[in-house]
Structures are given as C-alpha cells and as structure tokens.
Design a protein around this ligand. Sequence first.
Ligand SMILES: Cc1cc2nc3c(=O)[nH]c(=O)nc-3n(C[C@H](O)[C@H](O)[C@H](O)COP(=O)(O)O)c2cc1C
Length: 180
Amino acid sequence: MKIGIITTTVREGRQSLNVANWVKKLADERKDGVNYEIVDLKDFNLPIFGAAATAEQGKAIEAWGNKINELDGFIFVTAEYNHSFSGVLKNALDFLKPQFANKAAALIGYGGVGAARAIEQLRLVLAELSVATTQRNVNLLLAADFINFSEFNPQSYQLPSVTELLDQVTAWSKALKTIR
Ligand SMILES: Cc1cc2nc3c(=O)[nH]c(=O)nc-3n(C[C@H](O)[C@H](O)[C@H](O)COP(=O)(O)O)c2cc1C
C-alpha cells in the first residue's frame, strides 16, 4: 500500500516541506508495511487549470495524474492562506477526479489556529472528489510548534494525534482499496 504525503505550498521559505518530512519520519518509524512517499507539489510546476499549456506543462499534468493514480491514500500537509487552503492546491485538485476516487485522506495543518479553517474547507472539496477524510486531524500551532513563529519545532503532545491519524488513514486506505 502506498500513501502520499502531499505538500501544498510552493513559496520561497515555505514550511510545508519541513512539516511533511516530520510526518514521513514518524510514519516510517511505524514499520507498518505501508510505503510513505513525499509528493511535493512544487516538483510538478503545474500550469493554471484551463489556461493554454505548453508541451512541457502537458507532461507535468500527466505526471501529476499518474502519481495520484498510483497512490492508495493521502496525507495533505496544509497551510492556511486567508482562512482556506492554498490556491496552488485547489488548482492541482481541479485537474483530477477519477485518480482520487474511492481513496482516503488525512489532513495535517499548520497556522495561527492549526489551519483548522483550511482543513474544514479542504474536506468539502475532497468529498467532491470521492475522497474519504479521517476524523483525526493534526493542528500544528505557529505559536507553539514553531520557534518565533518560523522554525518548525513540533511539541511532543502532538505525537498521539499523529499516531491516531496514521492509524485511521492506513485502515481506510486499505479498506477502500477493496472497492476500486
Ligand atoms: C498569503 C498568506 C495568507 C495567510 N493567511 C493566514 C490565515 O488566514 N490564517 C493563518 O493562521 N495564517 C495565515 N498565514 C500565515 C501562514 O499560516 C504561515 O505563513 C505559514 O507558514 C504558511 O505556510 P507556508 O510556509 O508553507 O507557505 C498566511 C500566510 C500567507 C503567505
């Protein structure tokens, strides 16, 4: 079983890859037989959905679709931009539909209030893509899990939530595989 840990921001100085690397380390330590992989949206460099795409951008769209297709589940690492998830992520999601269907996802957020609002909005969009989102989120706080609001330094009290989230997303990813 393959689960992708998806970064959802691409700006210079972003935190998403730091958080994603932390999640991958914790997931790998479980030695649960699942193959956890970081899927960095920045690597795909997707064009704006609907705009004319160059041949190279066409290949990027195809690579993005193939990557999501080969995964059984997802952990979205989401920031909060203006009380929602990033425009870059929404743009990337709009390219795909069947590749996501009947799979599970868990959401890990970071922000002033742990990206709680972004997470709830992302759930609604994923529902339309027939992705089942787990009950457990992880909400990393800029004031507590980052030094000076900028250096990622997660508190140990977050660990039980990560374990619960990974338990839920692996169980649902496995279960949903049976209906695809
Ligand atoms: C355009 C923009 C909008 C933001 N809006 C919010 C917000 O609504 N709520 C919040 O808690 N943090 C907000 N922030 C702060 C982000 O949570 C923080 O900068 C975080 O590190 C962004 O993720 P990134 O580093 O992966 O880009 C915003 C940051 C940016 C750049």
